[in-house]
Every structure is written in structure tokens, then in C-alpha cells.
Design a protein around this ligand. Structure first.
Ligand SMILES: NC(=O)c1ccc[n+]([C@@H]2O[C@H](COP(=O)([O-])OP(=O)(O)OC[C@H]3O[C@@H](n4cnc5c(N)ncnc54)[C@H](OP(=O)(O)O)[C@@H]3O)[C@@H](O)[C@H]2O)c1
Length: 292
């Protein structure tokens, strides 16, 4: 039996979570919109994740919208004391499945209330302020106004800890002057390395870095080096991609997403995978050759 404790643990707010967690976005329907094609399996995936030791689940009320949070509630409520559910606010879905910024004080307040209601919680453990940024990735710009609103909701006791998502290093620094930030959730994986500087910055080493799209997201990772290393280690390319992230920095927490029990088991087993130094060197080169 695999033991995900072998992947290590890291603080998230005032809790310590295992570094292998689970991202719930894939539990909504196609395009992260509407109900899942197989609700029973979605519930089974969540229950098996927690039964396997996962104590960190990433979600948002804009997955579905509302769908993913309601499935989490149905599968896992009442939640065990050690489970940390992290959600995010800052967007609203249009009827055409579009993702639209929703950053006014009323938008942010109602997003927190929606998450509380749909998850069945009195307080949200961690809320990421998700900045809509550019079409692909973050863009410089002030985030003080929405962050101040979120800090007010924290003072009211609705939110325990604040994180940021889709942000630049400058925005992280500016935010930390306004409120304590416990995590940053940005696009990062073995082939998409724009955040190397942020990850290597000693100033942010104490806060959790949570890469989204750790397996490539909507464009699953594919690389000869990944496949070669996987073959040599009798593992799968996705396991190698996750093991590389675990090795990349001690403050990286993983939230690979899947709607499949088989993939969940495969992903959690990555906690056991040891990457030899020469394999790491070969894998490091993947990002260097594609980084822009
Ligand atoms: N802050 C943000 O803006 C943001 C953006 C995107 C995502 N997120 C969060 O980050 C989490 C992770 O991102 P993600 O789910 O979009 O992308 P991901 O984890 O990089 O990849 C998920 C995709 O990989 C497939 N997959 C998973 N395990 C696999 C395996 N072992 N072998 C082959 N295919 C596998 C999944 O399909 P199957 O379902 O078939 O397994 C799905 O298509 C999300 O769940 C969400 O919580 C945050």
C-alpha cells in the first residue's frame, strides 16, 4: 500500500498538510461547466483521496459553478478535523461557460458566502484571491483594493487565511505588505517554468507554493525525457512529473486533478518515487528548453 506521507508535509496557514493533495476542478462537467458525467465516481474519487491520506483539497465555487463544492460536501461532510479545503474567489462564470472577473466588494463577499453555503462551512480555512490577469497567466496591476476586501472578510471571521492565485512576484510582495499570505497558486509544471524565480526567492520560501496544471492541465504533459525517465523507473510520465515537483522545492504542495480513480491512485503513488540525480538533471532540461 502506498503511503503519501512519504511525499512529506508543509505548513499551510497554521496547519501542516501532506505535500500530495488533490485538486477538484476535474469533477465538474466538460469545460469545468455543469454536472460531471459520472457523479458517483466523482464522489468515490473524493472519498478515496481522503481515505488514502489526502488532507488538502483545492476547489472553487466557480467550478461548475457550484457543482464541485456541492459534490465535496456530499462526499465528505462532516469534514474530518485534519482536512484543509482551499477555495478561490475573483471570477464568475457566464451562461456561456466564460470566466469573468468578479472583484467588486459585493462580488467578493457573495463569493465567500457562496463557498461557505455550498461547502457547508462556518469559516473557510484558506481563500485564494484569484486575479484574472492576462489571457494566459498573470499581469502586473494593483491588487490592493480586492485584497483589502478579503482582509475585511477575514477580520469578520469568515476566512481564516488568505492566499493569492495567478499573480506576479511584485504582486506577491505588495500583498504581503497588506495581509499575511499563506500560499501562492500559479501555473507551473516541469515544462512551464515562468515562476522559477519566485520559487527560488528566499523571501517566499516560508509560504506554500501550489502549482496549478501540475500535469499540464488541459494540455497534458508530453516529453521524450519524461517518458524515458518513467520507463527507466518503472513509473508513469505523470508520476515522474509530480515527483519532479516534490523535489523542486520543499514548499511546493501538489493538487493534481483527476476525475478517475485509477489516475488518483497513480498520482498519489508518486509520493513513493525517488528520482536519481541524473534523472533530475535530464528532467530539469525540459523546462529550460521550453521556457520563454
Ligand atoms: N488557480 C487557478 O487559476 C487554477 C487553474 C486551474 C486549476 N486549478 C486547480 O489546480 C488543480 C490541478 O489542475 P488541473 O486539474 O486543471 O490540471 P492537472 O492536474 O495538471 O491535470 C489534470 C488533467 O490530467 C489528467 N490526469 C490526471 N492524472 C492523470 C494521470 N495519472 N495520467 C494521465 N492523465 C491524468 C486529468 O484527466 P482525468 O480526469 O481523466 O484523470 C485531467 O485532464 C485543479 O484541479 C484546480 O483545483 C487552479
Amino acid at each position: 500500500m502506498n503511503d503519501i506521507r512519504n511525499g512529506g508535509a508543509f505548513p499551510l496557514g497554521d496547519r501542516v498538510v501532506k505535500r500530495l493533495g488533490y485538486g477538484a476542478m476535474q469533477l465538474a462537467g466538460p469545460g469545468v461547466f455543469g454536472p460531471p458525467k459520472d457523479r458517483d465516481t466523482a464522489i468515490a474519487v473524493l472519498r478515496e483521496a481522503v481515505a488514502s491520506g489526502v488532507d488538502h483539497i483545492d476547489t472553487s465555487d466557480f467550478y461548475g459553478p457550484h457543482v464541485t463544492n456541492r459534490i465535496i460536501r456530499e462526499a465528505l461532510h462532516p469534514y474530518s478535523d485534519d482536512l484543509v479545503i482551499v477555495t478561490k474567489i475573483g471570477a464568475r462564470r457566464g451562461p456561456d461557460a466564460s470566466w469573468n472577473p468578479a472583484m467588486s466588494p459585493d462580488d467578493l463577499k457573495s463569493a465567500v458566502e457562496d463557498n461557505l453555503r455550498n461547502l457547508g462551512l462556518d469559516v473557510l480555512e484558506v481563500v485564494n484571491l484569484r486575479i484574472m490577469g492576462a489571457v494566459h497567466g498573470p499581469a502586473e496591476g494593483p491588487i490592493e483594493a480586492p485584497l483589502t476586501v478579503l482582509a475585511d472578510l477575514q477580520r469578520q471571521g469568515l476566512v481564516r487565511h488568505i492566499g493569492l492565485s495567478n499573480v506576479t512576484p511584485k504582486q506577491v510582495a505588495a500583498a504581503r505588505a497588506i495581509a499575511p499570505i499563506v500560499c501562492v497558486q500559479n501555473h507551473y509544471n516541469i515544462a512551464h517554468r515562468d515562476d522559477d524565480v519566485l520559487i527560488d526567492d528566499p523571501a517566499t520560501a516560508g509560504i506554500a507554493y501550489v502549482p496549478f496544471f501540475p500535469l499540464g492541465g488541459f494540455t497534458p504533459l508530453q516529453s521524450t525525457a519524461l517518458s524515458d525517465v518513467a520507463k527507466r523507473l518503472d513509473a508513469t510520465p505523470m508520476q515522474v512529473a509530480l515527483a519532479w515537483l516534490l523535489k523542486r522545492a520543499p514548499n511546493i504542495l501538489l493538487i493534481p486533478g483527476t476525475s478517475s480513480l485509477g489516475h488518483l491512485r497513480e498520482n498519489l503513488a508518486a509520493a513513493e518515487l525517488e528520482l536519481p540525480a541524473d534523472a533530475v538533471a535530464r528532467l530539469d532540461a525540459i523546462g529550460k528548453s521550453t521556457a520563454q
